[in-house]
Design a protein around this ligand. Structure first.
Ligand SMILES: Cc1cc2nc3c(=O)[nH]c(=O)nc-3n(C[C@H](O)[C@H](O)[C@H](O)COP(=O)(O)O)c2cc1C
Length: 340
């Protein structure tokens, strides 16, 4: 029977346990240059010391105006590689594997003078109206994703995650409410995402897992549901995604009927549905910071990996404490052994 501390192998990557540090923007770049700082180094390496098997570096963007804020990480320049490579190398020393979430915020780029999007539709009445990308610009963005992935491989990452969730650019393209284009990228809503996946596949080693985070359900009026997300996830799977990281929402103002759950494990049913429908590995996330519950998600085969976000903001040693609570073996750094 598998559990939270069973190892897991996906293509060439083996993780020591099923615990993922969920990607979380730190808005902590100092010079607006997209380069990781000492904060990022301490933040990620401390979770590696704290026993997480896999660490996902926060949303890292493919161009300066693709960031939510000017204080977000970027991978649009080779100069951004060394600081990330240093984090990867240190996390490896403490036994964690590391991935990076590659993204573009699209119409949610708050500091861009004029954000870009599939169509000129603002997020809500208080946000900037984005400019619709030309077809050539869409193709250029696919290449920017490719280059960011190429740099991530150079930095030594073990896996890449394409950010297709939370109302950011890829999500804006595959959602019928935000993509009203008449060109090839509007007639075929997953084309942009699929081309990014294909470009990424061309840049990563054969045995490196390619991950994708999706919002499996929208909460805006008229938004898509799980049946639609199963269909578009199939397209992404065919294009080369090895594992889906299942989240929800983020696409716009929440409809009165659609308040997302705030109870423990609220997104697990979505992860289980995608896993079963596609016969694909999935990561479950969302209020899974009770170790017994996270362990049950693995034991019940609802998901293959469990991501913890806010629980790890509170406690960098979440994984070590979970092992103690569940009475499972895990390597504790010798400096901390008396604490456990
Ligand atoms: C401060 C903060 C920043 C976040 N940034 C990102 C991000 O960069 N990319 C992403 O996909 N999700 C992001 N999220 C969502 C988390 O990865 C996670 O899915 C969410 O917090 C639910 O998990 P939890 O209940 O364990 O916190 C962020 C969440 C928080 C709290």
């Amino acid at each position: 029977m598998e559990h939270l501390f069973s190892s897991y192998k996906l293509k060439g990557m083996e993780v020591k346990n099923r615990i993922v540090m969920s990607p979380m923007c730190q808005y902590s770049v100092e010079k607006k240059d997209g380069v990781a700082t000492d904060w990022h180094y301490m933040h990620y390496v401390s979770r590696a010391i704290g026993g997480a098997g896999f660490i996902m570096i926060e949303m890292t963007d493919v161009e300066p105006d693709g960031r939510i804020s000017d204080y977000d990480l970027g991978l649009w320049s080779d100069e951004q590689i060394p600081a990330l490579a240093r984090i990867v190398e240190a996390c490896h020393r403490y036994g964690a594997k590391v991935g990076i979430q590659i993204a573009h915020a699209g119409r949610k780029a708050e500091d861009a003078d004029v954000p870009v999007a599939p169509s000129a539709i603002p997020f809500d009445e208080n946000s900037k109206t984005p400019r619709a990308l030309s077809t050539d610009e869409v193709k250029e963005l696919v290449e920017k994703f490719r280059m960011a992935v190429q740099r991530a491989v150079k930095a030594g990452f073990d896996a890449i995650e394409i950010h297709g969730a939370h109302g950011y650019l890829i999500h804006q393209f595959h959602s019928p409410l935000t993509n009203k284009r008449e060109d090839e990228y509007g007639k075929d809503l997953t084309k942009f995402g699929r081309e990014i996946i294909q470009a990424a596949k061309e840049e990563i080693p054969e045995d490196m897992p390619l991950m994708m985070r999706i919002s499996a359900k929208e909460y805006v009026e008229g938004g898509y549901g799980i049946n639609e997300s199963i269909e578009f996830a199939k397209e992404y799977q065919k294009a080369g995604i090895d594992i889906f990281d299942i989240s929800s929402g983020g696409e716009g103002p929440i409809a009165a009927w659609g308040k997302p759950g705030t109870h423990a494990a609220y997104q697990v049913p979505l992860a289980r549905d995608i896993k079963q429908a596609l016969n694909v590995p999935v990561i479950a996330v969302g209020r899974l910071d009770d170790p017994a519950l996270a362990n049950a998600v693995i034991g019940n085969e609802d998901a293959d990996l469990v991501a913890v976000g806010r629980g790890m903001l509170r406690n960098p040693h979440w994984a070590l404490e979970a092992a103690a609570k569940l009475k499972k073996e895990t390597a504790v750094p010798k400096q901390y052994s008396t604490g456990f």
